[in-house]
Design a protein around this ligand. Structure first.
Ligand code: KIV
Ligand code: ZN
Length: 389
């Protein structure tokens, strides 16, 4: 029996991810993506913010009808009419969750709410109780927890759990924390909140300093059991924690003692689907799913990789559903072995002497281009064959 702890994967591509300018999805697109997210194996799908627009309401409603196993979640502010709209949109979901919350840092309390810690705590408790009157599963987010006073955060966490929250989300809304700070925050809550065993803690990290994934993993090490993330790390500003990074870190580091139910071989197809549907390109060097994530270009790396792939690859591209064929990128820095490998892939074999000759021609082409592609290789092979004849 596995002693590993499950990390619940909460996908918010359709809510936080969709907040990217120009990436608005219609209901049909959202339904298709939600079905694929369920196939991928995520535990929770945050389908939208029902009060925000009729389109978002209907997306949450329609997704609730088609999703069979995953929890479907709707976001709200700590406002009665938001909670009523979410409950209404989720009424046909098999496993509905209302995600309600309010700012928890002094910055948000003062500038966003012109309020006090006491009033915020009261509103939080009221919102959770109200949400619990509609559904059994209520997640509370303490917005900007990353910059909140830790004693107040602990008091708030205790109060919302007592009010019925099943999950407490600790968002680093501005992506400000360092991994050790975020881990300490979670550890503090785990150790100091008396009723913490009645709920699970959730990591929600933004990528403003490029630390979203590192912070989420640090939070899990600190005791959180849910990670909120998006495909390709899409989201507000610099984005959210990347789902694919979280899953592969957990898979590649069994010493963490975690597992997820995500099927890794579907990660790259899911990344393409999100990128195409949202019309948002994935940067080439993006970890796990970028087009260069498994591309080896320098001669030294190509030589090592062709002898034994583990010299320069910790993930086999097939594990994440990527086609490994283009793993050797041909440039003027590539060697003979790399050229022979790609030629073999196109059905052309050469003797050692022929390869010496061909390699000289290849370098002429490579010097005039950034990358030598299949078409160039086919032409090279053809002119080589006709010169021989
Ligand atoms: O970043 C954030 O704080 C959020 C909350 C609404 C959960 O997205
Ligand atoms: Zn967020």
């Amino acid at each position: 029996m596995s002693t590993k702890q499950k990390i619940h994967i909460f996908d918010t591509s359709l809510r936080d991810g969709e907040q990217v300018p120009g990436c608005k999805l219609n209901t049909k697109e959202k339904i298709e993506l939600a079905i694929k997210l369920e196939d991928l194996g995520v535990d929770v799908i945050e389908a939208g913010f029902p009060i925000s627009s009729p389109g978002d309401f209907s997306s949450v409603e329609e997704i609730s009808k088609v999703i069979k196993n995953a929890t479907v979640c709707g976001l709200t502010r700590a406002v009665k009419k938001d909670i009523e709209a979410a409950a209404d949109a989720l009424k046909l979901a098999k496993r509905p969750r209302i995600h309600t919350g309010i700012g928890s840092s002094d910055n948000h309390i003062k500038y966003k709410f012109n309020s006090t810690r006491e009033q915020i705590l009261e509103r939080a408790v009221e919102a959770v109780k109200y949400a619990r009157s509609f559904v059994d599963d209520v997640e509370f987010y303490a917005e900007d927890a990353g910059r909140a006073d830790i004693d107040f955060l602990a008091k708030l966490t205790e109060a919302v759990i007592a009010a019925g929250a099943t999950v407490v989300n600790v968002p680093d809304t501005t992506g400000f924390n360092l991994p050790f700070q975020y881990q300490e925050k979670i550890e503090f809550l785990v150790n100091k909140v008396p009723n913490i065993d009645k709920a699970i803690l959730s990591c929600h990290n933004h990528n403003d300093l490029g630390l979203a994934t590192a912070n989420a993993i640090a939070g899990a090490i600190g005791g959180a059991r849910q990670i909120e993330c998006t495909i390709n790390g899409i989201g507000e500003r610099a984005g959210n924690t990347s789902l694919e990074e979280v899953v592969m870190i957990i898979n590649k580091h069994p010493e963490l003692g975690f597992y997820t139910d995500v099927k890794p071989e579907l990660l790259v197809p899911m990344s393409h689907l999100i990128s195409d549907t949202m019309r948002m390109m994935v940067q080439a060097n993006k970890a796990v799913v970028g087009s260069n994530a498994f591309a080896h270009s320098s001669g030294i790396h190509q030589d090592g990789f062709l002898k034994e792939s583990s010299t320069y690859e910790i993930i086999n591209p097939k594990e994440v559903g990527a086609d490994g064929f283009q793993s050797i990128v041909l440039t003027a820095r590539s060697g003979r072995a790399a050229l022979a490998f790609r030629m073999r892939g196109l059905g052309h074999e050469f003797t050692r002497d022929e390869m010496d000759n061909l390699y000289a021609q290849f370098l002429d082409v490579a010097d005039s281009k950034k990358e030598v592609n299949d078409e160039d290789l086919k032409e090279l092979a053809l002119s080589f064959a006709s010169a021989k004849a």
